[in-house]
Design a protein around this ligand. Sequence first.
Ligand SMILES: Nc1nc2c(c(=O)[nH]1)N[C@H]1C(S)=C(S)[C@@H](COP(=O)(O)O)O[C@H]1N2
Ligand SMILES: [Mo]
Length: 534
Amino acid sequence: MSTPADPAGRPAWDVDDDPAGEPFGPGGWADGTTGYAVAGLLAGVVGLLVAELLDLVLTVFGWPGSGSAGRSPVLAVGGAFVDLTPSWLKEWAVASFGTGDKAVLFVGMAIVLLLAFAAIGLLARRRHTAAVAGLGAIGLLALLALATRPGAAGTDLFPTVVGLAVAAWTLSSVRTRTAAQGPTRRVTLGFAGGTVALVSLLLVRGRGTLGAADAVVSRASASVPTGLPVPASVGADLSLPGVTPWVVPNGEFYRIDTALVVPRLSAQAWSLRVWGEVEREVTLTWAQLLAQPLVSRHVTLACVSNEVGGNLVGNALWTGWPVRELLAQAGPRPGADMVLSRSADGWTAGTPLPVLTDDRDALLAIAMNGEPLPFEHGFPVRLVVPGLYGYVSATKWVTELKVTRFAVDMGYWTPRGWSALGPVKTASRIDVPRSGVQVSPGTVAVAGVAWAMHRGIRAVQVRVDDGPWADARLASEPTVDSWRQWVFDWPATAGSHVLTVRAQDGDGQWQTEQVARSDPDGATGHHAVTVRVA
Ligand SMILES: Nc1nc2c(c(=O)[nH]1)N[C@H]1C(S)=C(S)[C@@H](COP(=O)(O)O)O[C@H]1N2
Ligand SMILES: [Mo]
């Protein structure tokens, strides 16, 4: 391969047809190419920094943006990307990164943006207008994302417009200076400093505490009513080492949502509007909710994206008010068959009306394991509905219940390739021994959890290799709305063995061995682990 080169040995794409304008000699870190790339990076980063800083300053001074991403161009583009993600990509992201999927999204966005800024800088070397147009295109995308966030207002665009102007100005002035004198040391330092400042700013914003001091105070001072009867759970936890505890502590509970920044609402400012096909619209405030007769219930939440053997499932003690009482006050009209619940950040779930009004105690929950809901899990109020996957029921930061019909409305995930109805499928999981480990011959406790929320678990069986199914011993089942622990004493013999588990629900149905992926309505198949006995 031969690259046409000029006398200085530069590749063709780097040859300046106007040598008088070439500021740098060939080679060295600060040759023309690097200098212009860094100029583009500086312009982009400074523009973003200005926009994000403006948003933050306005928020801290009590004027938060109105859209779900506030006025942050980074969060708006990230949020739009999440909303536009096809279900296979979402599946892959959740399967590969779990709750870390958001960090991966931001790192990916950063790489794409930095490459684009560098390319714009290189473009600026020859064609300044094209470079500015490139900046404009990126800015336009950000503005589009901002304008289409749920709840967005025109004023949300202001910081990004300012940032865009600053980016264009920076690019022009740095370019002129680069052409005149060449040294890019200050520019590089400026870019490095700007990047550090931008990342710190986004981290602070991402934690969501700045500008939400009232929410933090509100949660810290929110007290869960004491003296409520805690439902009995004797014998539900076998306390076997390595088995997920029957009640999962808040800090270990799985988290799944589309929120790039956890919404931080103040309970005092919160209200829930019930409207749509109802006799009377009702608005419930925090104080009114606390004055209701609250109950505590153990309920297991499961994510439809959970793979066979996966851990996007957990059991907690939820305290709240049965939502059927609130719906009864509003009076659903005949013909209504769905409640579209909406969160403060515009996410929605479509839940069958009968599931919310029957005797199963679907809750407007205010507490999780005796504490006010953690922000990540929906403070101040969320829905918890026994028997349904979270994506059709468990709305966190809930602010609205629209009584409607499946024929009229759809929850967030339905147009994205997920089923409108999401009853939990019967499943079982082996927690110990873990797949791939080595155990000693003799009696080995094979144990785990099984779940079929609101139907309950009647039996669990374990199979060794191709042997017969054998009954596992079941822990007690304080409620059919929670998962159930099980243990099987396995007389392990030397060699490599495959252990498989299956569960039967309270209706007598065995979980299917048919392998299905999680979209559109939940994964199926038997969980199996391979262990070596030696
Ligand atoms: N506001 C809001 N609520 C939401 C979601 C969301 O994206 N936004 N995701 C749902 C999904 S898919 C699941 S599985 C559960 C998870 O609840 P957790 O994060 O408290 O475990 O929340 C549900 N509630
Ligand atoms: Mo989910």
